[in-house]
Design a protein. Sequence first.
Length: 87
Amino acid sequence: MDKVLQDFNPNSIDYDANISGYSFALTDALFAMVKKADDLGISYEVFEDIYLLKIPRKIGSAKKKEIDQAYLNKLNEKLKELKVTLK
């Protein structure tokens, strides 16, 4: 959340809309990550260990990269779609 506070101007008329849009985009991007992991045959328990609990588990680096890329692609797509503006 600290990064969001740095990127959005609290005095902007669009501040609330930007925060709301950013939150929506993050939620959608996290869902895309979980979906990609499932598509790659990675169980939710393994996904949770790696990404949420930060427990080292071995998955292929290519699979991890695909999951990370799914997150970034969806996040950027949603931010653009919702016209969220950063400083």
